[in-house]
Design a protein around this ligand. Structure first.
Ligand code: ADP
Ligand code: MG
Length: 476
């Protein structure tokens, strides 16, 4: 059999942050208590009409801009008709004709290499209610009904589970950078439909695609793809490829396999038509210009900036851009004039270690970039050693006082030239034998003199100044 190339396309759903739901005034908030965030519209009570949440539209447009999509001249919504108990209206309001954006293009990083990704479209829709099934009963919670959901559809442009995973992680970071969603997979805020097929290596013709619905974790997406590649490849090997039908399946976490749900229903069966209760929304240029201003520099751009213009390693730059607030903190350090590598070291080791241990966020950190600069300045000025700086770092955070308040007179490094000179003169006078041997070529005796100074000052002599003076004295 010819070598098989996996082909994967993703439909990624992400719940957006907002005060109220996308078409009603009910709160968009997770609650342990079922059915407490529900407006009449969410229950499809007669006489209710949808009102579009402007913030959700703007957030969706921002995502569309960030993905370099072509934006529509106007937006409209469509009805996708189907019956299910989690959908009391009997249709879902979504977008089909004029979505928030089409034909997007972005780059992601996979194993250190850039890969182009083509986006088919991004559209805004409403989430359905959630059902829980028990032994002989099912319950329904309408809190999720009407939660804004952004669906992003990619072209079939991934060739492995690794690439698909890198894309989902990349998008999760973008949603967080744009602050349109917490994109928390643990809270079920990201769910994917995973489309998988295989094709012969030397052919452009795509194979039959299988759609696995509602995979709700990133690990699940990876497992689904790998399972489907193996299943389809095996059928092809055995000459039973005709058994791969275009069906809709689900990922069974326990059994670790995909299970057939139904044969694929075509779009026509949803009897899409324009939602008559929502007027069309014109997308003015000035509106888009305003939204563009709210889009921050995204993580990949910042990462390459740090690598190419500030000499950071790929690894360190990757850590700094993982969270926007950390990257912002780092950039504030740069703007205060701190050396990029020094700042990066402090942030990725001391600061992030502290944040992890204390389970706090950088925005709440008492050690602001300004205070970090104070601390690093003191090292550079030779007032304290790096070791002392690390101790002071924790004292500042514990006691929430300015850096300089922790410098005790007795801990200060001795940088005073005259004072060091007199100590060094004394040591040279007391060590005629070492001086002679040094001048006869035993230059490693230099360290002996440094050691003597440190001993004499209990380690507080500024090493840089000390070495300068010793060299000057011995060489003259
Ligand atoms: P539908 O609306 O029926 O779900 P689409 O044509 O919109 O179908 O495709 C949905 C997803 O399937 C897209 O993410 C697309 O990239 C992916 N896809 C289409 N053809 C294939 C294929 N042969 N193999 C893998 N994925 C595919
Ligand atoms: Mg689909």
């Amino acid at each position: 059999m010819k070598k098989q190339i996996p082909v994967i396309g993703l439909e990624m759903h992400c719940e957006l942050k907002s005060n109220s739901k996308v078409f009603s005034r009910a709160k968009n908030e997770y609650s342990e208590l079922p059915n407490c965030n529900v407006a009449p519209l969410d229950l499809a009570l007669p006489g209710t009409l949808p009102v579009v949440n402007k913030k959700c539209v703007e957030d969706a447009l921002k995502v569309s801009l960030a993905l370099n999509c072509t934006l529509p001249d106007y937006i409209c919504f469509d009805r996708k008709n189907y019956y299910y108990p989690d959908l009391p209206k009997g249709y879902q309001i979504t977008q089909m004709e004029k979505p928030m954006g089409v034909n997007g293009k972005i780059q992601i990083e996979v194993d250190g290499k850039l890969k182009d990704i083509d986006i088919h479209d991004v559209h805004l829709e409403e989430d359905a209610a959630s059902l829980d099934h028990y032994f002989d009963t099912s319950t329904i919670d309408y809190n999720r009904c009407g939660v804004p959901l952004l669906e992003l559809v990619t072209e079939p442009c991934f060739n492995s589970a690794r690439e698909a995973l890198a894309f989902l992680e990349h998008m999760r970071d973008i949603y967080k950078y744009l602050d349109v969603s917490d994109a928390d997979t643990k809270k079920g805020q990201i769910r994917c439909d995973v489309n998988v097929s295989i094709r012969d290596e030397d052919s452009d013709i795509l194979g039959t695609r299988v759609e696995v619905k509602n995979v709700n974790s990133l690990a699940g997406v990876v497992d689904t793809i790998n399972y489907e590649i193996a299943r389809q490849t095996k059928l092809k090997e055995e000459g039973r490829y005709n058994e791969v039908e275009q069906d809709t399946r689900r990922w069974d976490e326990e059994a670790q396999k995909t299970i057939h749900m139904r044969s694929k229903v075509d779009a026509i069966d949803y009897k899409y038509f324009g939602e008559p209760n929502i007027p069309m929304i014109r997308v003015k240029d000035s509106w888009i210009e305003d939204l563009k201003k709210e889009i921050p520099r995204l993580h990949l751009e910042r990462k390459y900036d740090y690598i190419n213009n500030y000499g950071l390693s790929n690894y360190d730059a990757g850590i700094l851009v993982k969270e926007k607030k950390i990257a912002d903190y780092f950039e504030e350090c740069l703007s205060l004039g701190l050396d990029a590598k020094v700042a990066s070291n402090w942030i990725t080791t001391q600061i992030m270690g502290y944040l992890n241990k204390e389970e706090t966020e950088i925005k709440d950190l008492y050690l602001t970039p300004k205070r970090l600069k104070d601390l690093i300045d003191l090292i550079n000025e030779g007032v304290i050693s790096s070791k002392q700086a690390k101790e002071i770092f924790f004292q500042v955070l514990d006691e929430k006082k300015e850096v300089r308040e922790f410098i005790k007179e007795e801990d200060k490094q001795i940088s005073d030239k005259e004072k060091l000179e007199s100590i060094i003169d004394m040591i040279i006078k007391d060590s005629p034998k070492q001086v002679e041997e040094y001048h006869n070529g035993r230059t490693n005796l230099f360290d002996y003199f440094v050691g003597q100074v440190m001993k004499n000052t209990k380690g507080k002599a500024n090493p840089v100044v000390t070495k300068e003076i010793i060299k000057e004295k011995l060489d003259n």
